[in-house]
Design a protein around this ligand. Sequence first.
Ligand code: MG
Length: 163
Amino acid sequence: MTTNSVPNLRIGQGFDVHPFADDATRPLVLGGVAFPEGPALVGHSDADVIAHAITDAILGAAGLGDIGQLFPDTDAAHAGADSIALLTIAAERVTEAGWSVVNADATVILDAPKLAPHRDAMIANLSAALGAPVSVKGKRTEGVAGLGGGIQCQAVALLAANT
Ligand code: MG
């Protein structure tokens, strides 16, 4: 008789996009890092597409719904919210549901600004919030129509059962 040795893992995928804002006073925030060079993004919270995509990836993997259910954008309490703090709360919900985050990997689609100067700081913020390694990669739009009006992020996350 064979033993089922398949590990108890779950994968989740997340996507987010926010359009560029016409507000010079609003900061661009990616991975919890303010990019003074902008341009900023429109959003109810700080519009951090990386934090939002990873939040959806871990919630999806755990079967806990999505970021909009956990933090409705109709709730004034989330106006201007720090999305790293929201990711931290989502990670706590995932832990309470019996899962550990193994890792997350994000691809940010944008032409500017350059991520590289802030990559280590973004990774530090996201990894601390998640309690697991995170990687952040940048990808240009290559001039494809429709991809250049904002910043998009795709993310995957892997969870392992605690028991
Ligand atoms: Mg979002």
